[in-house]
Write a protein that binds this ligand. Structure first.
Ligand code: ADP
Ligand code: MG
Length: 624
């Protein structure tokens, strides 16, 4: 403390010392006398000195650390306030309050700026574009043209009407020249065959993401579609791809070895199969009604390339693939993407997060002309959105119902279960609802252990994870889908996009490391208007940061927060609602800001350890 106050005290003390010699008082110890003098001096100097000292201390602190500004500002000019001041206390109070507010405001802005800086510093330096495009400097600035136009009755409507339609359904759109929302499949000009095919599946009215997304895609626009789990995103990219392929086929029949014209990439084999089945279903609806038969092919690992090649040789319109097999086949020149003009990536953020980013770049480089690019997911952290935009031309971003990104129809329960009690507790948990029930665990060994335990207890259970062969995986999924089995135990390989009918209950045997994966896991239930329950086991072994993310996610989705989560407080929690992005712009977690992101920290540490070595496969992509 080199402050004014200290100096005064020292001077006083020095004076006291010297006067001691003249006026010797033997029976009072020197220490005590000094103390008395100090107290006296303090009294005399009174409040002014203390205030001066404080303001001085604050200003030195401000200079040296640039922090604690809030206090600093509040003390500025404090000399003219206080009891002696002529200004009334009430006025002083409001004045102080104003200053504090203003200071808070600038502190907030400063934090937001700092966050932007962090986000920028971690942004990918390399755009999400194909090597060839980058090399040739090709940049497209106009969206692809399609033959589809909104019907006249929609074109007649005013923008403010469209705004109302969007507002009512909580649809947020961003972008230039926004396509209008359309409230019926019929007005979207789908042929009768498709309409009746939809009806057979119980699909009559489009969901919000479909209302805004389908016209956007049909009009040829690039798009980022973010909508909660089970909200019907699949149709937003599959129906248009079918219509476009049909248009091409009608113009000129696809010959041998031609195609694909449209490509869908999914992060897991099971999801790819599911998407392929949906496309096949609607193609069949069209063919049954006299339209030309569109050929589609599924390219995933674990099944024979020979069969896939046979299909491709006939010429294909639409291909659904997982990145690994697709890259492999492109690399071996088994087919080309020369005429491919349409690319949809489902669960796009998860794919980038899982380390498929470089693969995606490679896949992009096989495209020969401009393509329409679509990205979908229930979660899309800002970092990935920004990065993905570099792959898009004049994109339209559609966002429906953030609210934790999970469906609000899911009752989310979190229970404290000790590690050793988890297995037994699963049995109890299974009593909560009738089947079918889905159980998730992070590790393959745990999946096997749970599976074995349930079989022992007489539960009709099947299991899937990346370590099982594809035949086994497909059989298990089919048995579960057809309700021959009651319980499916799985790793995160089954957490993204899979749409099983009427799952009643999702049990998380453990909390995933990433809150976004939690959202995708529980999103297997409560789909498309149905209700569902999710139970998550947590205990001391779970990282605090993920628990905080969970707490805020539960709060956002208006769920009950158990006391042990409610009592958890973090140092940085007070900064959560400073505005800007909701939650962390790097990973999407709601319990922290980007400056405290554990995932970013982990990645940076890893990068520091691996300088010079490309390590994108460090993620567990082997499981997919
Ligand atoms: P997401 O990809 O958004 O998680 P999906 O596309 O898998 O959701 O759709 C979830 C379920 O909802 C599917 O079973 C699908 O058939 C059904 N579905 C899709 N659109 C509609 C709709 N407009 N009306 C009723 N059900 C729908
Ligand atoms: Mg989906």
């Amino acid at each position: 403390m080199t402050s004014y106050r200290k100096r005064i005290l020292e001077q006083e003390a020095a004076k006291a010392d010297s006067s001691d010699e003249d006026d010797y008082v033997p029976y009072i110890p020197i220490k005590q006398r000094k103390k008395e003098k100090i107290t006296e001096a303090e009294k005399r100097l009174g409040r002014v000195a203390i205030l001066k000292e404080e303001s001085q201390r604050d200003s030195t602190n401000e200079e040296s650390e640039g922090q604690q500004e809030e206090e600093g500002e509040m003390n500025d000019g404090e000399q003219d306030i206080g009891i002696q001041s002529k200004v009334s206390l009430l006025d002083q109070h409001s004045e102080l309050k104003k200053k504090a507010e203003a200071k808070k405001e600038t502190a907030r802005e400063k934090m937001l700026k700092e966050e932007e800086r962090i986000l920028e510093s971690v942004a990918e330096k390399k755009a999400l574009m194909g090597v060839a495009e980058l090399a040739k400097g090709i940049q497209y600035d106009k969206p692809i043209k399609t033959g589809w136009r909104p019907p006249r009755c929609i074109l007649k409507l005013s923008e403010s009407y469209h705004e109302k339609v969007r507002k009512k359904r909580h649809i947020l759109v961003e972008g230039e020249e926004l396509p209008p929302p359309i409230k019926t499949f019929k007005e979207m000009k789908f042929p009768k065959a498709i309409l009746s095919g939809l009806k057979k599946k119980g699909i009559v009215t489009p969901t919000p993401i479909q209302i805004q997304g389908l016209p956007t895609v049909l009009q040829g626009r690039d798009m980022i579609g973010i909508a909660f789990t089970g909200s019907g995103k699949t149709l937003v990219f599959t129906l248009p791809i079918i219509m476009f392929a049909l248009e091409q086929e009608k113009k000129l029949s696809f010959v041998k070895n031609e195609g694909p014209y449209g490509l869908c990439i999914c992060p897991s084999r099971e999801l790819a199969r599911q998407t392929n089945d949906i496309i096949e279903y609607y193609c069949k609806c069209l063919a049954d009604d006299g339209f030309p038969l569109l050929r589609n092919v599924l390219c995933i690992g674990g099944v024979s390339v020979k069969d896939q090649m046979e299909a491709i040789k006939q010429g294909v319109h639409i291909m659904v693939a997982t990145p690994g097999r697709l890259m492999d086949m492109l690399d071996k020149k088994m087919f080309t993407l020369d005429i491919c003009r349409y690319l949809a990536m489902d669960e796009a953020d998860r794919m980038i997060d899982m380390g498929f980013e470089e693969d995606i770049r490679t896949i992009f480089s096989y495209f020969k002309g401009q393509r329409q690019t679509l990205l979908f997911s229930a979660t899309m952290p800002k970092k990935i959105q920004n990065f993905a935009r570099s792959a898009l031309v004049k994109p339209v971003t559609i966002n429906v119902g953030r609210a934790g990104a999970a469906s609000l129809d899911i009752v989310q329960e979190v229970e404290y279960v000790k590690q050793e009690a988890k297995m037994v507790y699963i049995l109890e948990c299974l009593q909560k609802t009738p089947p079918p029930v889905l159980i998730f665990a992070e590790k393959k060994q745990d999946v096997d252990a749970i599976h074995e335990y349930l079989l022992l207890k007489g539960v009709e259970a099947v299991a899937i994870h990346g370590g099982k062969d594809q035949e086994d995986r497909t059989r298990s999924v089919n048995q579960f889908r057809n309700r021959e089995k009651d319980v499916l135990v799985a790793t995160d390989v089954a957490s993204k996009g899979l749409d099983f009918p009427d799952i009643q209950h999702v049990i998380n045997y453990d909390m995933p490391e990433d809150i976004e994966n939690y959202v995708h896991r529980i999103g297997r239930t409560g789909r498309c208007g149905n209700r569902g329950t999710a139970t998550t086991f947590i205990n001391k072994g779970v990282e605090e940061s993920i628990l905080l993310d969970l707490k805020h996610l539960l709060r956002e989705a208006k769920q009950k927060i158990p006391p042990f989560l409610a009592n958890m407080q973090s140092e940085n929690e007070k900064y959560l609602d400073i505005g800007g992005e909701v939650g962390c712009s790097y990973c999407g977690g709601l319990g922290h800001r980007i400056a405290d992101c554990p995932k970013l920290e982990a990645i940076q540490t890893k990068q520091a350890q691996n300088i010079g070595r490309r390590d994108y496969l460090a993620h567990s992509s082997a499981d997919y």
